[in-house]
Design a binder for this molecule. Structure first.
Ligand code: 2P0
Length: 330
């Protein structure tokens, strides 16, 4: 009753921002992401009678009760499906800073869903796994798959049609890269969950977000299918800016950008003026991710590392699906 799984993080090119059902995690809009090959989480889950309560260790530290509760609720879903009340020990390790806007909950809940269901011998297909992961964290529904993934918002109240589907495999666009620049590894103050809930409630721009996102999704699907770099880049950059505009215009304002983030966004615009085509995207944190062609990735990374603000820069490509590991973490 022990299993280990690894899942990659993903970065949305068309963002998920806002829930229509916060218990089941059903979004107001569909989203499209690229699974990354270099940022991942590995999780071992062991269910046993010897455990009196669930426990969770992340990157070597026991986590506080509020974070444990979210994981226990996720384990409850798996326990219910397997008709067991056994408690679990969970140990998780990521190779990147958590809660800093690098989609750590995506890889974490995808890895947890796969390892926990395997530990209890449940044979979920990718659709069922994605639905399970979604209930832990929305973006995790996309990290079950590799390559390019669309999480359909669905229309059903029970969420059975709201899950991630691969729209292009990992090998589809090998000349595409994403340079992930970390300006601060610190955990963010406002979690995405609270940020998006506040935005839905009181941003005057949220309606405009929903009115324009379907056109962005159409363009992104077409751009990925045709490997049209200019179209995916322009669409993703504009979509990220629109999402940030919705949160900046809530009360109190949610501004995830640090001054350093703005410096880097402007540098991306300057790179374009210099003839190096690249585009930025940003999530619920200060990090700036640069979408580019492989041939330019090293040049762009060098320019980014030239800023003292950039603590770390990682060149990523499309990654693979969540998978089981032979070796356990404990
Ligand atoms: C995304 N983000 O599509 C968007 C863009 C951040 C900005 O999904 O409440 O941790 O657990 O469903 O998935 C981050 O939010 O939120 C996120 P919950 P999640 O990647």
């Amino acid at each position: 009753m022990k299993a280990t799984a690894t899942a990659n993080s993903n970065i949305a090119l068309i963002k998920y921002w806002g829930k229509r059902n916060s218990k089941l995690i059903l979004p107001h809009n569909s989203s499209i992401s690229m699974t990354l090959d270099k940022l991942h989480t590995t999780t071992t889950v062991d269910f046993s009678e010897k455990y009196k309560q669930d426990s969770l260790t992340i990157d070597g530290s026991k986590v506080p009760v509020d974070e444990l509760e979210r994981v226990s609720i996720q384990l409850d879903l798996v326990r219910r499906a397997a008709s067991t009340h056994l408690k679990a020990k969970v140990v998780s390790e990521s190779n990147f800073p958590k809660s800093a806007g690098l989609a750590s909950s995506a890889s974490a809940f995808a890895a947890l869903s796969l390892s926990a269901s395997k530990a209890l011998d449940l044979h979920f297909d990718n659709r069922e796994l994605s639905i399970l992961a979604r209930q832990g964290s929305g973006s995790a529904s996309r990290s079950i798959h590799g390559g390019f993934v669309e999480w359909s918002k669905g229309t059903k109240d029970d969420g059975s049609d709201s899950y991630g589907k691969q729209i292009a495999p990992q090998s589809h666009w090998s000349s595409l890269a994403m340079v992930v620049n970390v300006v601060t590894p610190k955990e963010k103050k406002i979690k995405s969950r609270a940020g998006m809930s506040q935005t839905v409630k009181n941003s005057p721009l949220y309606k405009a977000w929903l009115e324009t996102v379907d056109a962005d999704l159409d363009n992104a699907r077409k751009a990925i299918a045709d490997k049209n770099f200019s179209l995916i880049g322009k669409t993703a950059e504009m979509n990220a800016l629109k999402m940030h505009c919705t949160m900046i215009t809530t009360e109190p304002h949610i501004i995830y950008w640090e001054p350093d983030s703005v410096v880097l966004m402007k540098e991306v615009m300057r790179l374009r003026e210099d003839g190096i085509e690249c585009y930025f995207t940003m999530d619920g944190g200060p990090q700036v991710k640069v979408l580019c062609l492989e041939k330019d990735a090293k040049k762009i990374q060098k320019r980014m590392l030239g800023f003292k603000e950039v603590k770390e820069s990682i060149i990523c490509h499309t990654g693979g699906e969540a998978k089981l590991e032979k070796k356990d973490l404990f």
